[in-house]
Design a protein. Sequence first.
Length: 187
Amino acid sequence: MTEVLQMSWLTTPAMVGPRVRNQLLECWRDVSNAGGAVGFPFPPVSDEHVLPSIDAMVRSLDLEVNRILIATMDGELAGWLLLAGNSSELTAHWARVLRVQTALNFRNCGVGRALMEEVSRAATEDLSLEQLRLEVRAGMGLEGFYQSCGWREIGRWPEALRLPGGDRDEVLMTLALKRNAGPVGVR
């Protein structure tokens, strides 16, 4: 593809207009129905299944805590993720990366890697976070992708996910972010 990938952060509900909301809904539905591990483990799902989750996610947006990263090409949603922070002083130094997905028409174009690079950059430079975390469904080859983006596996919840094809482990991964003073853990 020759189009330029554009990244945008949505930090308030007002930033998610009807067109973007519909694109998020279509992407989440289609990725789920294609077998993606994005929160709806029992496909097929319809718009009616996904819409309450979209609405709850949009309502949760907050400049300081939760934000959506969208990637677009030529005005079309190519992928997105949710960065969920913590308001507690005990955990405010890290955030979770949730719902990472690439629209089916934009698979194998580098969108996933670009999303991971931007979330890492923003977490470090804009939010001064020290660590990102995510959970991955084992058996889908996702661990290798995230490891290639610098993430490391720190543990598993054995057979934590009960799916129609059998139980799967939930893989816990982390990404240490560099701070201005040097790598995390070095002061």
